[in-house]
Design a protein around this ligand. Structure first.
Ligand code: UDP
Ligand code: MG
Length: 350
C-alpha cells in the first residue's frame, strides 16, 4: 500500500476524457541519474505552458532503477504517466510506444538527459499554434561535441542527402513537437525498421525549425557507441531508397568492363608475343578484387532481403510489460491487431 498524499495534488491525473493539450514523450533507458532533475524541470516548464499537459515516460527495458522511479514519479505526479517495455527495444520503438499512447492535441518528443532543453518548448509551441505548421523541430548547433563525431556526422549528412529521397538535416534530431495530424500520419507507417529521422521527413507537412545551443548531458552516460551510430547510419541509407542496389549494378558493370578489357589485352598480348605463363600476381589481384566487389554487392542485396524478411513477420514494434494505466492492452497501435480495430487510422491518404 502506498501512502496517500495528504494535500490534494495540484496536478490531478488527467482523466481519459480530459482534453489534453500537450503530451510530452520521453524515452528512458537507464536514466536513474537524469530522472529527478527531468521531472523537476518538466513540471516547472510545462505547468507554465498549460495546465492540461501529460508526460509519458517510456522505460525502454532499463536495467537500473528507472522503472521503480517511474512508478514513484507517477504516484507523486499523476500527470506523469509511464509505460514500460518488456525489454530494450531501442529509442525508436520507445518513442513510438509513447506516441501511440499520447492523448494530447500536440505531442512533444524529447530526451531524458535534458540535452533537449524543455524551455525551448515555449518557443516551439506558439509556432504550432499559428496553424501554419504541423511539425516544429529543434536544430542544435554542434558546439562541444567531440570533433571526430561532428566531422563524421557532417560528412554523413552530406552523403545522405545525395542518396536518399527525403531531406535530412544535420543537427535536427528527435526533439520536436507534432500536431495530431502528424502523429496520426506517423502511426500509420507500419514498417518495423524505423529510422525516425527519415520518417519524420517522409510524412512531410509544413515544418518549422527552431535553433538552440548544444547542451551536454546532465547526468549518466550516452547510450550510443560509435558502432551504434555507424549501424544507425547504414539503416538511414538503406531504409529510404533502393539506390544502393542500383549502385551495385553500376559497380558490377564497371568491374565487368574493366575485366573484359583486361582479358582482351592479355589475349592480344598472348597472340602477338606468345604465352610465357607469368601473370601470377595479376591473377591473384583480379580474383581478390572481384571477390571483394561481389561480397559488397551480395551484402547490399542481403541487407534488403533481411529487411523484407523482418517486415514480412509483421511483429509488433514493442511490447508493454507495465504501465501507469492498468487497462492498457499489451500490444497497441503498431501491435498490428489494433489496426483492425481502428480502420480510421489507416484512412489517411499518403
Ligand atoms: N534511449 C532509449 N533506448 C535506448 C537508448 C537510448 O530509450 O536503447 C533514450 C535515452 O534514455 C535518452 C534518449 O534515448 O532519453 C537519447 O539517448 P542518449 O542521450 O544516450 O543519446 P545521445 O543524446 O547521446 O544521442
Ligand atoms: Mg543525450
Amino acid at each position: 500500500m502506498s501512502a496517500m498524499p495528504a494535500v490534494p495534488d495540484p496536478s490531478p491525473h488527467p482523466a481519459p476524457s480530459e482534453r489534453v493539450e500537450l503530451s510530452v514523450v520521453v524515452p528512458c533507458y537507464n536514466e536513474e541519474e537524469s530522472l529527478p532533475r527531468l521531472v523537476e524541470v518538466l513540471t516547472q516548464e510545462l505547468s507554465a505552458l498549460t495546465p492540461h499537459f501529460e508526460v509519458i515516460l517510456v522505460d525502454d527495458g532499463s536495467r537500473d532503477r528507472t522503472l521503480p522511479m517511474l512508478r514513484e514519479v507517477h504516484r507523486a505526479h499523476p500527470r506523469f504517466r509511464y509505460l514500460s517495455l518488456s525489454r530494450n527495444f531501442g529509442k525508436e520503438s520507445a518513442m513510438l510506444a509513447g506516441l501511440s499512447h499520447a492523448r494530447g492535441e500536440k505531442v512533444a518528443i524529447m530526451d531524458a538527459d535534458l540535452q533537449h532543453p524543455p524551455t525551448l518548448l515555449a518557443k516551439m509551441l506558439p509556432l504550432l499554434d499559428t496553424g501554419d505548421y504541423s511539425q516544429v523541430v529543434a536544430r542544435r548547433t554542434r558546439a562541444g561535441d567531440p570533433a571526430l563525431r561532428t566531422a563524421l556526422s557532417r560528412l554523413y549528412y552530406r552523403m545522405m542527402n545525395r542518396l536518399v529521397d527525403v531531406d535530412l538535416e544535420d543537427g535536427v534530431g528527435d526533439f520536436r513537437v507534432l500536431d495530431r495530424r502528424a502523429v496520426r500520419a506517423l502511426l500509420t507507417l507500419g514498417e518495423s525498421n524505423r529510422f525516425s529521422k527519415g520518417l519524420f521527413a517522409w510524412i512531410g507537412f509544413p515544418t518549422a525549425v527552431v535553433d538552440y545551443e548544444n547542451v551536454s548531458r546532465e547526468a549518466g552516460a550516452t547510450k550510443w557507441s560509435m558502432r551504434n551510430l555507424f549501424n544507425y547510419g547504414i539503416d538511414g541509407v538503406v531504409s529510404f531508397n533502393y539506390r544502393p542496389l542500383r549502385m551495385s549494378i553500376w559497380f558490377g558493370i564497371l568491374a565487368t568492363v574493366v575485366a573484359v578489357g583486361y582479358a582482351l589485352w592479355v589475349l592480344v598480348d598472348a597472340i602477338v608475343h606468345g604465352n610465357s605463363v607469368p601473370g601470377y600476381v595479376t591473377t591473384i589481384c583480379a580474383v581478390t578484387a572481384f571477390g571483394g566487389v561481389q561480397l559488397i554487392v551480395l551484402g547490399v542485396i542481403g541487407e534488403y532481403l533481411g529487411r523484407i524478411y523482418a517486415e514480412t513477420k509483421q511483429r509488433p514494434l514493442f511490447l508493454l510489460k507495465e504501465s501507469s494505466e492498468s487497462d492498457l492492452p499489451v500490444t497497441t497501435v503498431l501491435g498490428r491487431e489494433h489496426e483492425a480495430l481502428e480502420p480510421i487510422e489507416r484512412s489517411i491518404p499518403e
